[in-house]
Design a protein around this ligand. Structure first.
Ligand SMILES: [Zn+2]
Length: 107
């Protein structure tokens, strides 16, 4: 059995709180709801110091998403947060130039 990927909000609750807030501010109500349920499939893996992006779909990296793709840039207090959305599904969360993401303390 393949293990189910964790929810991003369980791994990085502060990040998801901020995304929900920023999406609501942009009037992206549906995405603000969707982001609550995205799963952390993997890290970007590019190795750049400024990049902490998260893959939230099993879309293979480095390939175009095809039609239906939409880029949703947000306005965080620091750095860049950009969502890659395909037909309303959040595929990728670009997290660039941000302070290190904090994970909640494990019990
Ligand atoms: Zn990266």
């Amino acid at each position: 059995m393949e293990q189910e990927s964790p929810l991003v909000r369980e791994v990085f609750p502060e990040l998801v709180d901020e995304l929900v807030h920023l999406l609501e501010k942009e009037g992206e109500r549906e995405l603000a709801i969707c982001v609550w349920d995205v799963r952390m499939i993997g890290e970007c893996g590019c190795g750049d110091d400024f990049c902490q992006s998260i893959r939230t779909s099993d879309h293979p990296g480095g390939q175009p998403y095809g039609p239906g793709r939409r880029c949703v840039p947000l306005l965080p207090s620091s750095g860049d947060l950009i969502l890659d959305v395909v037909y309303g599904r959040i595929m990728y969360i670009e997290i660039l130039g941000r302070p290190p993401l904090r994970r909640p303390v494990q019990a």
